[in-house]
Write a protein that binds this ligand. Structure first.
Ligand code: HEC
Length: 157
């Protein structure tokens, strides 16, 4: 460590903490920051995972029970994080979350829980390897996504 750093440890601390913010700023999802950005990214990632299975359902890529199980597991793990990503009143731009989330918090949480359960069921069904049953459960999982979006997310797309 240089002499300078030892004499001005607080300056070093300031520089380090300023830098800690930078990757977050550079990777900003549009203009989203903080927890809004985090949950948008979590949702987007789940969207990608669903899309992969959706391509199988449409016959655009070959069915793979293993891939479905893997994506379902990721969605299950993500759904367990939803609750913590919606602290009360976290509505800064460009969020599409609706204030009604916190008026109907129990309902919101039960939909997050339902997502976790449907994803877990998809994992179990995929292990058995039957394409039709697996894709039927995939549809149920997808309905849970849109069920929550219908009530709790702004409609602008
Ligand atoms: C418990 C409610 C809930 C469930 C379940 C849910 N979402 Fe969301 N989702 C939201 C809310 C609320 C937003 C808006 C978040 C924001 O803009 O701050 C959102 C936003 C999104 C977005 C847009 C993200 C962006 O970049 O703007 C995508 C994509 C998405 N969800 C996909 C999914 C998928 C796929 C599933 C199911 C696997 C799912 N969601 C399940 C509540 C939910």
């Amino acid at each position: 460590m240089s002499m300078k750093n030892r004499r001005y440890p607080f300056v070093q601390l300031l520089v380090v903490s300023a830098m800690a913010w930078m990757p977050g700023l550079l990777m900003a999802h549009g203009k989203a920051t903080g927890i809004v950005k985090e949950r948008m990214q979590l949702m987007k990632t789940m969207g990608k995972q669903m899309r992969t299975i959706g391509l199988m359902a449409k016959g655009k890529i070959p069915f793979s029970a293993e891939t479905v199980g893997n994506r379902a597991e990721k969605i299950r793990l993500s759904s367990a994080k939803i609750q913590a990503l919606f602290p009360e009143g976290s509505l800064h731009k460009p969020t599409e979350a609706l204030p009604v989330i916190w008026e109907q918090w129990d309902q919101f949480l039960s939909l997050a829980k339902q997502l976790e359960q449907e994803a877990e069921t998809l994992e179990k069904v995929a292990v058995q390897g039957d394409e039709q049953t697996t894709l039927a459960q995939f549809t149920k999982l997808g309905e849970t996504c849109s069920g929550c979006h219908t009530d709790f997310r702004e409609k602008d797309e």
